[in-house]
Design a protein around this ligand. Structure first.
Ligand SMILES: *Cc1c(COP(=O)(O)O)cnc(C)c1O
Length: 226
């Protein structure tokens, strides 16, 4: 039951978020990021026209190819990097993105802090947590999280919150709850969690940002790179 038009899909996602907020007695909904990876400018423009202002990409190079022109067309767009980042791409990432969700190791903290100093631009930062302790997945292991946070503070990076991608084949709710508990303990207000299949659940469990791709754009034809 996929709505046909991008504006209809956007409205459907907003109403699912609103329903979850009512259930959870939340007054402030999470920020909705439209994850536009693999989609070109022609697919993105209708969502901008419908009022969407937060967008996310998972690869620096792909974002560099399409976003500078779109950003020039419409002021007030916030661009988020949600994918793995190599330290040698930190300068390009900080130059283009307003928010970086995928900081998961001390070397990347150092690279981003250096890029921020060089560019005189401070991105909003999230620490990505490998919440399901999956060997193949990015993200900081939970036991190393407090140390990574203090490394970030020492480097002058302000960390707004935690981000996670729960194990694909398991019920996500316990992982969202676990991420929320760790953010609370660390005194971090931001929770970037929930994708197309589970953003209402993430909203129930306190997400401040949900990252939604296919529910807004339709299925991706090109498989996203890991
Ligand atoms: C692709 C992606 C999303 C969105 O995934 P959908 O299932 O299409 O909503 C969210 N977060 C990250 C990190 C992604 O790479």
């Amino acid at each position: 039951m996929e709505a046909e038009l991008p504006a209809d899909r956007l409205a459907a996602v907003h109403s699912a978020i609103a329903a979850a907020c009512r259930t959870a007695a939340r007054t402030t909904p999470p920020t909705l990021i439209a994850i536009s990876k693999t989609h070109d400018a022609a697919a993105i423009r209708p969502l901008i026209a419908a009022g969407q202002r937060h967008f996310g990409e998972n690869r620096v190079q792909e974002a560099q190819a399409k976003w500078p022109a779109l950003l020039a067309e419409t002021p007030g767009i916030t661009l988020h990097l949600v994918g793995q980042l190599q330290s040698n791409k930190a300068l390009e990432a900080v130059a283009l993105f307003d928010v970086i969700h995928s900081i998961d190791r001390p070397s990347l903290v150092t690279a981003i802090a250096r890029a921020a100093d060089k560019l005189g631009k401070r991105p909003t930062c999230y620490l990505q947590v490998n919440i399901g302790n999956e060997p193949q997945k990015g993200g900081c292991p939970l036991p190393e999280l407090p140390a990574l946070l203090s490394t970030a503070h020492s480097a002058g990076l302000a960390i707004e919150g935690l981000m996670c991608i729960p194990p694909a084949t398991l019920e996500p709710a316990p992982y969202f709850a676990l991420l929320a508990e760790h953010a609370r303990r660390l005194g971090l207000p931001g929770l970037s969690m929930g994708m197309s299949s589970d953003y209402p659940t993430a909203t129930l469990l306190g997400a401040t940002i949900v990252r939604v791709g296919s529910a807004l754009f339709g299925a991706r034809t090109t498989p996203p790179p890991a």
